[in-house]
Ligand binder design. Sequence first.
Ligand SMILES: [Zn+2]
Length: 106
Amino acid sequence: MQVDFYHGLLASRGPGPRRRLMVFGWLIRFLVVMLLVRLVWRFVGGLIQGAARRQTQAVPAKGLPLVRDPVCDTYVDQARALTLRRKGETHYFCSEHCRTEFKQRP
Ligand SMILES: [Zn+2]
C-alpha cells in the first residue's frame, strides 16, 4: 500500500521533519506576534505623541518653559523673564515694574 509506505518512511525518519515544520510554524507565529506588537507599539506611541503635542499646544510658547510672574500673574518665557533670587528661590517677572514691586513686598 502506498500510504503505508509513506507513513513508514516518515516514522522511520523520526520526529525530524515534523519537528522542523513545528519550529517553522512557531517562527511564523512569533513573527506575526512581533508584527502585531510593533503595530500596537506604533499606535500607542502615536497616541502618546498626540497627547504631548496637544499639551504643548495648550501652552503658547514653542517648547520654551513658561514661568509665572507672582505680581501680575501673567506667564512669561523663562528665557525672557527678569529674575530675582530670594531665599534660595528664583522668581520670574514680566517687567522691571513687577520686579521692584516684588522687592518692596515683605
Ligand atoms: Zn508682571
